[in-house]
Design a protein around this ligand. Structure first.
Ligand code: BTN
Length: 266
């Protein structure tokens, strides 16, 4: 295996000019790049700061779950943004990251699908997750941190037993190893492009990129949301990025702004 450490100068040398990236902080190990980036943001770090770690000891997932983060295998990256958008629009930056992640993964030759709200699937299994965290003030967004965990070179045996049936990596799908810096450069370039489009055009700019990769559309899904859980059919996203959901026990499609898919029919 080639040396696969990521350095700031190497990464910057691969990025397209005019992207939003201002600083790259490369850490050997941290508890969580999201936590580190939120702290840096509080201390005045710039819009466009990228925080990467080779390993995380307490990687954070959505809904309080852990994110398995062994050293040297995957990408653990947090993007610090100070976006000029109203607070209600800031959570949609996670969709920007999802579509950019799919762009990047497909650019290195692995077909990708997007599972609402924030997962990337390859071959029917989860390859990446996104965790957006935000600090706001009464008149708007102070900063947003978008954390991306992408399983790049994990092999089956690297996953804990409870994840082996549901998780995957680029390496498993492609049958070859990847240089992490190549994948990261593609991700940052794709994010830069999608971010500029989103700031100019809102969620509509992401529509095509999401719709053609929508993993859930037409599937029966078990949805958990505030107030309970139940089966129904997913029907794509509405114009705000909410999941259109037809409950088995209902007659009308509902827009679900926040929730979690607990299960789906394959
Ligand atoms: C999920 O699917 O539950 C979201 C996982 C997000 C994991 C990434 S790894 C980099 C960043 N730092 C964290 O602690 N979490 C995110």
């Amino acid at each position: 295996m080639v040396c696969d450490r990521i350095s700031g100068p190497d990464l910057f040398g691969r990025l397209a000019p005019r992207g939003p990236w201002t600083d790259v902080v490369c850490l050997d190990v941290t508890d969580s790049t999201n936590r580190a980036a939120m702290e840096m943001a509080e201390n005045g770090a710039k819009h466009g700061t990228v925080v990467i770690a080779d390993a995380q000891t307490a990687g954070r997932g959505r809904m309080g779950r852990r994110w398995v983060s062994p050293a040297g295998k995957n990408l653990y990256v947090s993007l610090l943004l100070r976006p000029p958008v109203p607070t209600v629009d800031a959570p949609r930056l996670a969709f920007v990251a999802g579509v950019a992640l799919a762009d990047a993964v497909e650019a290195v030759g692995v077909p990708a699908a997007l599972k609402w709200p924030n997962d990337l699937y390859c071959g029917g299994r989860k390859a990446a997750g996104i965790l957006a965290e935000m600090a706001s003030v009464p008149d708007g967004v102070r900063h947003v941190v978008i954390g991306v965990g992408l399983n790049v070179n994990m092999e089956e045996a690297d996953f804990p037993p409870d994840l082996r049936d549901t998780a995957t990596s680029l390496r498993i799908r492609a049958g070859r190893a990847f240089r992490r810096v190549d994948v990261l450069a593609r991700l940052l370039d794709a994010f830069g492009t999608r971010y500029a489009e989103f700031i100019g055009g809102g969620f509509a700019s992401l529509r095509d990129g999401w719709d053609r990769r929508d993993f859930l559309r037409g599937r029966r899904v078990l949805l958990r949301r505030q107030g309970g859980e139940g089966w129904g059919t997913a029907d794509g996203l509405d114009t705000a990025g909410a999941l259109r959901f037809l409950p088995d026990c209902g007659t009308a499609i509902e827009s679900v702004h926040s929730g979690e898919i607990l299960d789906f029919r394959r």
